[in-house]
Design a protein around this ligand. Sequence first.
Ligand code: ADP
Ligand code: ADP
Length: 223
Amino acid sequence: MLTIRNLSQTYPNGVQALKSVTLDIEPGMFGLLGPNGAGKSTLMRTLATLQEPTHGQILFDNKDILQNPNVLRQCLGYLPQEFGVYPKISAYNLLDHLAVLKGVLHKKERKEQVEALLQQTNLYQVRNKSVNTFSGGMRQRFGIAQALLGNPQLIIVDEPTAGLDPEERNRFHNLLSEIGENIVVILSTHIVEDVRQLCSKMAILIAGEIKLYGSPNKLVEAL
Ligand code: ADP
Ligand code: ADP
């Protein structure tokens, strides 16, 4: 269970990207909906402990994760909005290295986990190719495999379906739904339909403030 209290972010240039955001997020898929510039990425990066907020508190299972970022980092998977350049090594080897960084040290356990994730994300066939050669959809699925390493309890997914064709989007949605059955998944997006299809709870962020919170079916009607 994730609790966000009075979270604010003011950037050095004076932009107030988050204004006292308070949210409770329970297991299942949670949708954070908002237009470009609303502050979604800022909130996702802050939850992923990649940047510090100006004010506020984040609790995960009642532990303060801003005071103890390692508590969350150990059980967090983060799928960022943009992907960088990947090393030239194979997708398999890259996942294997990342698993070591996640603390999956046992070679046999790692092999099992990496192979299972490649199967689950439908990338087993291309495991010996570099991620640089992958299409957008394949990269997104690789991002999910990466985020799932080390059996996280919380997955943060930032604007995932930008640039995907309908078939890839479907595939990606099914994968997310599967994952969301067991753990907290936060999906940040500006696409109303994605949230309606996938999420059991949602919030709408506009200009750094939470405007609505509840179940997608009710809220989407109100939009
Ligand atoms: P969203 O993900 O909803 O598009 P962002 O969190 O990226 O929103 O941005 C919210 C606001 O904060 C925007 O006005 C954006 O320009 C600004 N912003 C984001 N990151 C920074 C930064 N590192 N420094 C200054 N302003 C930023
Ligand atoms: P989004 O697509 O989520 O709105 P942006 O395009 O606003 O993201 O931001 C992309 C990157 O640029 C982010 O790392 C963000 O922190 C940074 N950024 C955004 N706006 C500003 C800004 N006004 N000043 C400095 N960095 C910014």
